[in-house]
Ligand binder design. Structure first.
Ligand SMILES: N[C@@H](CCC(=O)N[C@@H](CS)C(=O)NCC(=O)O)C(=O)O
Length: 191
């Protein structure tokens, strides 16, 4: 949407994944993007890079400079694992919920520190790093909003609040009807 690229959207219910999703991407996580030449992108970061690769206008840039790739990898990797353990402690028994939360909180503290130094993760302007990271921070915060309110990460909190109120985020949070074989293609963003 931000990059002005249109795709065909197929909404998936994770507990009832369509066969074509598994065929395209055996690991069957979402999102998955199938390109016209048959290439399959099955990591959200790769999709982000693809969408922004031709995007010249404005100030958005792919997350290349100054360690942002590592920042996103940490967010998608270790932080996501701690998020899952905190959110679904019954499925992640290696550590207690509090231990997962404490490990995840270290990442919140680091992001808060960065955001005290600049308004966005890449510096003065919003970019790919922000949108790659904030949805997982949102999930972590929402797992126990009362606890988060006691932590005092003010820069992080202001950054998150601004992204949650952004027209970009609001516009992609629409509910869609799950895709079924034979459905008319749905173009996103709608023309
Ligand atoms: N590293 C992957 C992670 C994708 C991922 O884990 N997506 C979750 C939903 S947020 C999923 O599809 N889980 C599969 C499942 O629950 O069966 C990416 O960034 O695309």
């Amino acid at each position: 949407m931000q990059a002005g690229v249109a795709v065909q959207l197929r909404e998936v219910v994770l507990r009832d994944k369509p066969e074509v999703l598994r065929d395209a991407s055996p690991k069957a996580t979402v999102p998955v993007l199938v390109l016209p030449d048959g290439q399959v992108l099955e990591e959200s970061f790769d999709i982000l890079q693809w969408a922004l690769s031709d995007y010249e206008q404005g100030t958005w840039r792919p997350a290349e400079p100054s360690g942002l790739r590592e920042l996103i990898a940490h967010n998608d990797g270790e932080f996501k694992r701690n998020l899952d353990g905190y959110k679904y402690p019954d499925r992640h028994l290696e550590k207690s919920r509090e231990e997962y939360r404490a490990a995840g909180e270290l990442w919140l503290a680091e992001l808060d520190h960065r955001l005290m130094l600049s308004p966005y993760l890449a510096g003065a302007h919003p970019g790919a790093a922000d949108i790659a990271v904030f949805p997982f921070v949102r999930q972590f915060v929402n797992t126990d909003a009362e606890w988060f309110a006691t932590t005092g990460y003010r820069a992080l909190s202001a950054w998150l609040t601004a992204w949650l109120a952004s027209p970009l985020f609001i516009s992609v949070m629409n509910k869609y009807v799950p895709w079924q074989p034979g459905d008319e293609p749905m173009v996103f963003p709608s023309p």
